[in-house]
Ligand binder design. Structure first.
Ligand code: ATP
Length: 821
């Protein structure tokens, strides 16, 4: 019989294990908060599995927490919705500072010395978003690898009454979790038979609920697209490449960068793609040629011959050749210097890759995964497998932990067996596509791949406002075109530019530096083709374009629609027409992701971190931060989630007086619950057009007036800073991947039209050859533009369905708004 899920009184502990990664603190924060909201008692285990084994030393005297905080004295659920007392009860058990420093004394007389399993409350994890690494400590535990160690760990958990654990770590840590869960019945039976636990405890703890979250900078876990910490590590690497770029170019130097990744080349690969490297070495796919030195030199020589002044080679620390002989950065340097005569330097990034403030994605992903992890624990029964929380494209997933670990180990084994095809097949599709993308954009081939009759003249245009990743997408399209034998044409300044004949063919070298460039190299324009449809058709004919790729936001979508509608009158538009969404507003209907939105979120997070710090430096203060985003609340909402803001105002929901009255009430209650004498800063994120009447200025003044002595209020408008400077690595990498998908789509549609012409028919493009590339849940889906229309709110220039709307509820839940109110 299956056990009914217990939703109350579950004691849940979270630990971080293995190598630290950015985002681990966000995991702990999300798990602690969600678990409290769902009626659990929450604990953290310090120092990973080592803390589980050490437990809470009986020898150390531990003063009880303040009476109202003493969980042993309570019988009922910790949190009853709407019951403010129970929320207050959960506010603080330790202190954030206390966990940062295991030896300091707590004001209440407690000390963490000798205590590894620590009860924590809501406010103990406040502000944990901004710190890198893990504040609860991590370790590599030899003891936990042994049966005896795990027996002690089980005993310690049972002594604390804990029956659910969430483990955040790499493949080793999750293997440990899997071993622990499989062994659990045996461990508790032994503890009972040796009278270390009572029969009652044995019964109560017959089943251990366990869930894994992957915290690893290598992104080495199978069955998930991304691991927590990998995006931040990629940020650090790309910053280094971007910094090296200018000096490499100035001196015409070569740089060899060694990056982390023992068994997984994700960091090297994505850095290669996003940093526009010339050559990469990853464990899963060693160079084809034997000796590989020839292949590398041939490629780099070709780049140099056409005038490239800089060379970047990226080596994963676990890189090797086909025979598993390690490839080291120093040796690569030697080859480049001796064979090609290049002035070559080696840069080993080492631990700088681990550190630093988590990027926006490493705040959002762990938060969403933390919520899912708690749900998985609450729903776990003895019959369900232990889950690992993953992500596929934009969807948080649960996959059986054991399978994910097994598949990850299989990759390592396949590499050991020199079966590199198998190793690649076991990596997720995004990995494989990124590698194809790297080859397509970095290898300059001697001869085009396609025969003459299949080659096209491809027009590329940026439409609307600039967004990070537009240039990277263009670069990828241009290089792909050249590899195939197509001619890529830039239409500068949108449709008006076309009418002005502002059209130029782009070259392989000409776009070389575009990966890192923000804004739009082609120049954007908001004007739609309606400015003069006939003249535009004539220009299409004049330039004999065989395909058009538009990169942009809502205007690009409406332009595509206009062109498709105009096919009735103008044969020139009977060509493949595609739209790659790129807008910081992320307001293109149906797609959950537009290029530029990640860059924008990072700009927002950076600004808000600084604002929050200043807000809490002197006195209690609320900062109302105004964001762009048109009439779409995506950036404000995701920004609120990524910064831990306590409120978000969106155009979709609007603002009214009742709402503001409640908001003021919430702020007053929340500030009154804070520790006296310690200044706190709180953020409110507001879309600039959320209300025409209740403007940022009005709201700020209202908060200031109402805050009285309790809190002050200030505002800040982020404006165009949200378009970001250098595009984020995620935007760049996605730009390459999606752009190449656009190119493949164009080729497929062109082939259909070629068939028509060869059978003597008039060229008649099908409606689905004018399409938008979208990300929906875990899938990349082409949607014919006419099919997008029913999902579009044309008046407000956004989608009818806001995929991100549930996030507003999550933002409010994570500040316990319903409970506080
Ligand atoms: P990273 O990816 O940063 O190396 P990781 O989680 O893979 O992180 P490991 O050192 O491999 O790091 O594992 C962390 C801890 O997990 C180990 O110190 C050990 O305590 C536990 N562990 C790993 N493998 C096992 C196992 N097979 N059985 C029990 N415990 C294990």
């Amino acid at each position: 019989m299956t056990e009914a899920p217990r939703v109350h009184k579950l004691r849940l502990a979270v630990l971080t294990s293995g190598g630290d990664s950015a985002g681990m603190n966000a995991v702990v924060r999300a798990i602690v908060k969600t678990a409290i909201l769902k009626g659990c008692e929450t604990y953290v285990v310090r120092e990973g599995y080592e803390g589980l084994v050490r437990g809470n030393s009986e020898a150390v005297s531990v003063a009880s927490p303040p009476r109202e905080h003493n969980h042993h004295q309570r019988k009922e659920s910790l949190l009853v919705e709407g019951d403010a007392d129970s929320f207050v009860h959960n506010l603080r058990f330790g202190d954030g500072e206390l966990l940062r420093d295991g030896t300091s004394d707590h004001p209440a007389g407690r000390t963490l010395k000798g205590r590894y399993i620590v009860r924590v409350g809501w406010d103990d994890v406040r502000g944990w978003f901004t710190s890198g690494g893990t504040l609860i400590g991590t370790a590599r535990s030899v003891a936990f690898r042994t049966y005896e160690g795990r027996l002690t760990a089980a005993h310690n958990l049972i002594k604390e009454g804990i029956d659910a654990i969430a483990v955040c770590g790499g493949d080793g840590s999750l293997t440990g979790a899997d071993v622990f869960r499989a062994e659990w019945p045996k461990l508790v039976a032994e503890l009972a038979s040796t009278s270390r636990i009572t029969e009652e405890q044995h019964k109560a703890h017959a089943h251990l609920r366990i869930v894994g979250l992957v915290g690893s900078i290598d992104n080495d876990m199978s069955m998930t697209d991304l691991t927590i910490g990998a995006p931040t590590a990629l940020h650090r690497i790309c910053e280094a490449i971007d910094n090296i770029d200018s000096t490499a170019s100035s001196h015409s130097r070569a740089f060899v960068l060694e990056v982390m990744g023992r068994h997984c080349g994700w960091l090297a690969l994505l850095a290669g793609v996003s940093g526009g490297a010339d050559f990469i070495f990853i464990p899963e796919r060693p160079p084809e040629a034997d000796p590989w030195e020839d292949e590398m030199c041939r490629n780099i020589q070709r780049h140099r011959e056409i005038g490239k002044r800089k060379t970047i080679v990226i080596v994963a620390e676990g890189a090797h050749d086909k025979h598993l002989t390690p490839i080291r950065a120093d040796y690569v340097k030697e080859v480049l210097s001796e064979r090609l005569g290049l002035d070559t330097r080696v840069t080993t990034l080492g631990h700088t890759q681990r550190g630093g403030r988590p990027c926006a994605f490493d705040r959002i992903l762990p938060t969403l995964q933390g919520v899912e992890a708690v749900d998985a624990l609450l729903e776990a029964t003895p019959d369900t497998p232990s889950y690992m929380i993953g992500i596929a494209e934009n969807k948080i997933t649960r996959v059986p932990l054991m399978e994910a670990v097994k598949m990850t180990n299989e990759v390592t084994q396949a590499i050991k067996d020199k079966d590199f095809d198998k190793a690649m097949s076991l990596r997720d599709p995004e990995f494989r596509e990124s590698l194809d993308g790297f080859y397509a954009t970095s290898i300059l081939e001697k001869e085009p791949r396609l025969p003459h009759h299949q080659r096209m003249r491809v027009a590329i245009m940026h439409v609307g406002a600039p967004a990070g990743g537009m240039n990277a997408a263009t670069r990828a399209a241009v290089r792909y075109c050249i590899r195939q034998g197509h001619k890529p044409f830039a239409i500068h300044n949108g449709f008006p530019g076309l009418l002005d004949d502002n059209v130029h063919q782009l070259s392989w070298l000409g776009v070389d530096n575009w990966m890192t460039r923000g804004g739009s190299e082609l120049g954007t324009n908001r004007k739609l083709p309606e400015v003069d449809m006939g003249a535009i058709a004539a220009k299409f004919q004049q330039y004999n374009f065989h395909a058009l790729m538009m990169i942009g936001g809502f205007e690009a979508f409406t332009s595509l629609l206009s062109l498709e509608n105009a096919r009735k009158y103008y044969p020139a538009f009977h060509i493949p027409l595609v739209h790659l969404p790129a807008t910081i507003s992320n307001n293109v209907p149906l797609t959950e992701f537009s290029l530029g939105s990640d860059t924008s979120l990072n700009a927002l997070v950076d600004a808000c971190d600084a604002i929050k710090q200043s807000a809490s430096a002197s006195r209690n203060r609320v900062f109302v931060v105004e964001t762009q985003g048109g009439k779409c609340g995506y950036i404000a909402t995701m920004g609120a989630l990524a910064t831990g803001a306590c409120m978000v105002y969106t155009p979709e929901t609007g603002i009214d007086l009742d709402m503001l009255r409640n908001d003021v009430k919430f702020l007053k209650k929340r500030f009154s619950l804070d520790v006296k004498g310690r200044a706190e800063g709180r953020l409110v994120i507001k879309n600039e057009v959320a209300s025409a009447v209740y403007t940022t200025d009005v709201i700020t003044k209202m908060f200031k007036e109402e805050g009285g002595k309790l809190f002050d209020a200030r505002s800040a408008s982020l404006g165009h800073t949200l378009q970001g400077g250098i595009p984020s690595p995620i935007d760049r990498a996605r730009a390459v991947r999606l752009s190449l998908k656009c190119m493949t789509f164009i080729e497929e549609q062109h082939a259909i039209l070629l068939k028509q012409s060869s059978s003597g028919k008039t060229r008649q493009a099908a409606p689905d050859s004018a399409a938008v590339i979208t990300i929906q849940g875990s899938n990349v889906i082409w949607v014919p533009v006419q099919d997008v229309v029913p999902h579009a709110d044309m008046e407000n220039r956004r989608g009818l369905h806001e995929h991100w709307k549930p996030i507003i509820g999550l933002v409010e839940a994570l500040v316990a708004r319903p409970q506080i109110l």
